[in-house]
Design a protein around this ligand. Structure first.
Ligand code: ADP
Ligand code: MG
Length: 389
């Protein structure tokens, strides 16, 4: 058993696994949620993103079985014990949280990997539906476990693609590769600079604490859904833009091409394109700033990213705008909505001395506007998926 700070959680999970399933798990794995620092909707345009793994994780205790049965239980209990047969997995048929572990097993099978039955107990403190990718935290913890226990030996890049397949084709959510890349490849004190065209990753120093800053997450409690029309229609606009401009993906359009593009595209498609093009540029600038000057120098880029999502990509909402504006007015050096949009969370990079001011002001502003009380907490860049026991 491990002697890390995770030891109590690991032994509690192992103990519950043993009392539920009758013997100890083969191991315990964890994978984090993620916050995207900057680079929104750029992933499916083969562009750049800069997420980081957070100090909130999904943990799974797993034991391989000698038959094809799968038994799944979570500590939050909603569905009770769910049973399935690993040889009879049907895309889009599974319900609730179990579609994620079953989707991972299915995606491994699609790669020709023999997946035996297994017992699995899941626990997670990644807030769900807040834009922190609680679903990928589950998938990445499960794939880390099954990759090891089946001896599949996939590398990080292949695990990223397998979890994408699970989300896209089994769960039915049209997501890219950012969330899994952060969860599987993150590193403490770093952000993950990911080129979504070739999947190359560069770890960029991002230690807000050292710079006297905290990164606040403001969960607006407005629920988002990746499968809804807003996300799909933005993808369609981006595809149309690339097609009209004659490029494989909007990644290939530079800031200098925008003037010409404005004459070729209808005004809505042009604004969608402009968001992607300027957002890619902001990611590159953020990487440069973090590498040379540190986190205190990226505030302006976070602000500009939010304005672009609000005005050009139109994926913000009144709650997110209020969270961002109020944070900035009370001392945050930069703030933006994060995640796919239409709800979820905002982030506010805030000097330690202003943290309480920002928290209080946002809660007051939400009350005055008649919005649901937001959940506000700090996150720090943490390690990616790992085996705990
Ligand atoms: P996100 O990944 O942005 O948090 P999703 O809608 O993709 O939002 O995934 C949320 C889903 O993941 C929930 O509907 C639920 O099925 C599952 N889930 C993840 N974490 C938990 C949890 N701690 N408790 C219950 N369900 C969870
Ligand atoms: Mg998700």
């Amino acid at each position: 058993m491990t002697s890390t700070p995770d030891a109590p959680a690991v032994s509690a999970l192992s103990g519950l696994f043993e009392s539920t399933f009758g013997s100890a798990p083969d191991g315990v794995w964890q994978a984090p949620g993620r916050v995207n620092l900057i680079g929104e909707h750029t992933d499916y345009n083969e562009g750049f993103v800069l997420p980081f793994a957070i100090d909130k994780t999904a943990k799974v205790a797993v034991r391989i079985r000698h038959d094809s049965r799968v038994r799944l239980l979570s500590t939050f209990g909603e569905q009770g014990l769910v049973e399935a047969d690993v040889d009879m997995l049907v895309p889009e048929a599974a319900k609730g949280w179990t579609k994620y572990p079953l989707g991972v097993a299915w995606a491994l099978q699609q790669r020709g990997i023999l997946v035996p039955g297994f017992d699995l107990l899941m626990d997670s403190d990644v807030p769900l539906g807040a834009g922190l990718s609680s679903s990928h935290a589950i998938e990445c913890a499960v794939i880390s476990a099954l990759n090891e226990l089946t001896g599949a030996g996939l590398g990080a890049e292949d695990m990223v693609l397998a979890t994408q397949r699970a989300e896209n084709d089994f769960v039915g959510a049209p997501t890219g590769i950012m969330d899994q890349s952060a969860s599987l490849r993150g590193s403490k004190g770093h952000a993950v600079f990911l080129d979504c065209r070739d999947q190359s990753v560069q770890l960029v120093p991002f230690d807000a604490q050292e710079a006297g800053l905290v990164l606040l997450v403001i969960d607006t409690k407005v629920s988002h859904s990746h499968a809804d029309g807003g996300y799909a229609s933005r993808r369609v606009s981006c595809e149309l833009g690339a097609q009209v401009l004659g490029v494989p993906a909007l990644r290939d359009v530079g800031i200098g091409d925008l003037e010409e593009a404005s004459g070729l595209l209808d005004s809505t498609t042009f604004r969608r394109v402009r968001h992607i093009v300027t957002e890619n540029d902001r990611v590159l600038q953020t990487v440069e700033r973090l590498t040379t000057d540190g986190p205190a120098h990226i505030g302006r880029l976070l602000d500009a990213s939010h304005a672009s999502m609000r005005d050009d990509f139109e994926i913000s909402c009144p709650e997110l705008d209020l969270a961002v504006e109020t944070s900035r007015a009370h001392g945050a050096i930069g703030a933006r909505m994060t995640g796919g949009g239409f709800g979820g969370s905002a982030i506010a990079l805030t000097p330690v001395g202003h943290e309480q001011d920002v928290r209080d002001a946002v809660v007051r502003a939400f009350a005055a506007a008649g919005f649901t009380t937001p959940d506000i907490f700090t996150v720090t860049p943490a390690a990616g998926a790992t085996r705990l026991a």
